[in-house]
Design a protein around this ligand. Structure first.
Ligand code: G3P
Ligand code: MG
Length: 501
């Protein structure tokens, strides 16, 4: 993973609609004029600057848009003329669009472990409990303020679950944050995962079942969620990765108008992927057409490739084509190349297999190396997901919006805790964004003490429950109780002692 330095995150950006309690910490999200970012001159690949992208915010990229293949390769020739062309060319990777609207509107929904619909993020209606909680909260102003002024951002894999398997402490944590605490209050929290490959709704449904807690799509960000913004920029796109046609479904829900997947291309011309065994079922479910007459405007790698040989061949054909027209080879590799986006950059992913498996990052590096070897030119690309700044800025927007849903106040809490298992994505990103970071030892990180290169600022914890309890005690007091006692009479405030003296 390429190293990021503090200055990468130090770019001051104009205002976002989010109110912050700590204006020094938060850099407001930009509604930057896209014309400033994309010159759009003839022969360049740029995010179109037509001023029509009113539903997106462009966040300056923190990682270089130039591929990092060089670091992994023996020296390959780079013609001197490339440098000049590079300098004269506007980079599509200068900024990453994220959605202006935090709520996913059409995608929005809450899922309960037992499927019952109810209020967003709230436990089932329990009138007496709610009344008691409200009375307790009335008597505990300072603690209530502190509870609303903190928020948790959870990585998912390796923190709350391992694939489909629950990490038991994760279930307890969500009970506490959903109101099983001495105030009966909801402590704000969202989920920020580099996971991908299916629409938000079924993913949240699955997660809610595993964790036995209600989870809303409005508090959930997976790696490709902010890429919804790109639907404003590109009409005809190649979508790569994921099982079956699930990523086509994701792209449809994000509003992309004309979505092509590799199977559509193989069905049109099987010779494009000579090693592919294409089944009858795949042929029947694909959507072939004459792609020699279609200009594909951009490539979106949404999830892990299920067939490296086919996907790499088709991506490489498109990157080397004239403006995304299959069957052509560009005379100029740079000016006629279409942009490519990846939803995240993790090199490895822990699975059931004892040694972590390769993920999108290694797939990308493979493509970068092939592209450089075949053209002599570095590939420019954009990588979303943690630790990219745009993803964290989007998370801020989602937290503030979630605050409005649960506490009727669209404000960004001052004390945000990122809990993650991967120093190279969760922790480095959280640290550079000014969040408190907690590294847990239930996932990728298994070292002794804190990580040497990217130490978690709030510390290393055995598991997510230990991290959450320590953070809450810091903000709400050492004696804070992680249990709601419905027998408490708020007037007598427990133990028969009146709270009103
Ligand atoms: O690397 C892909 C994914 O499994 C990581 O998920 O939740 O740990 O960001 P997460
Ligand atoms: Mg993780």
């Amino acid at each position: 993973m390429p190293a990021l330095d503090d200055s990468d995150f130090g770019v001051q950006t104009p205002l976002s609609p989010v109110k912050s309690r700590d204006s020094n910490r938060l850099q407001r999200i930009s509604s930057r004029n896209s014309a400033q970012l994309a010159v759009g001159s003839h022969g360049t690949i740029s995010i179109p600057a037509d001023g029509l992208h009113s539903n997106s915010i462009e966040v300056p990229a923190t990682r270089s848009s130039i591929s990092d293949a060089q670091a992994y390769m023996h020296s390959l020739s780079l013609s001197p003329s490339m440098k000049e062309r590079r300098a004269s060319r506007n980079s599509f990777g200068a900024a990453l669009p994220i959605p202006r609207s935090k709520r996913q509107s059409r995608l929005s929904s809450v899922h309960y472990p037992d499927g019952r619909p109810t209020r967003p993020g709230m436990p089932p209606v329990q009138p007496s409990r709610d009344i008691i909680a409200a009375q307790i909260q009335d008597l505990s102003g300072e603690k209530v303020r502190a509870a609303k002024d903190m928020a948790f951002v959870f990585d998912i894999d390796g923190v709350l679950v391992h694939g489909d398997r629950l990490i038991p402490e994760g279930r307890r944590v969500l009970e506490i944050l959903n109101g099983d605490n001495e105030l009966g209050i909801k402590i704000p929290h969202i989920f920020l995962t580099n996971g991908s490959g299916k629409p938000e709704m079924p993913r949240v449904q699955q997660l809610s079942k595993i964790l036995h807690s209600p989870i809303s799509t409005d508090q959930f960000i997976q790696s490709h969620t902010p890429m919804r913004a790109l639907a404003e920029y590109y009409k005809t796109v190649l979508v790569v990765g994921g099982e079956g046609y699930k990523c086509r479904e994701v792209a449809e829900q994000y509003g992309f108008e004309d979505i092509i997947v590799p199977n559509d291309i193989v069905a049109w011309d099987p010779s494009i992927a000579p090693y592919r065994v294409f089944t009858e079922e795949e042929r029947a479910t694909s959507r072939p057409r004459d792609f020699s007459k279609v200009n594909i405007e951009a490539i979106m790698v949404f999830s892990d490739s299920r067939d490296y040989a086919t996907d790499m061949q088709i991506i490489m054909d498109l990157l080397r084509s004239e403006n995304g027209r299959l069957g052509t080879v560009a005379k100029d590799s740079v000016s006629q190349r279409i942009p490519i986006y990846f939803s995240q950059g993790d090199l490895l992913c822990p699975t059931e297999h004892p040694i972590p498996r390769m993920s999108q990052g290694t797939f990308r590096i493979g493509l970068e190396a092939m592209y450089k070897a075949l053209t002599g030119v570095d590939l420019e690309r954009v990588v979303y997901g943690k630790p990219e700044l745009a993803t964290y800025k989007y998370a801020d927007e989602v937290i503030a919006s979630w605050m409005e849903q649960i506490h009727n106040d669209e404000v960004l809490p001052s004390n945000i805790y990122m809990i993650g298992d991967n120093p190279q994505s969760d922790i480095i990103g959280g640290n550079m964004y000014g969040w408190n970071t907690c590294l847990v030892k239930t996932g990728v990180y298994q070292g002794e003490g804190n990580d040497k290169e990217n130490p978690a600022s709030f510390g290393v914890f055995k598991n997510v429950l230990e991290a959450v309890q320590t953070a809450i005690r810091k903000e709400l007091g050492k004696d804070f109780r992680f249990e709601f006692d419905e027998r408490i009479n708020p007037v007598l405030h427990g133990n028969g002692v009146s709270a009103i003296e």
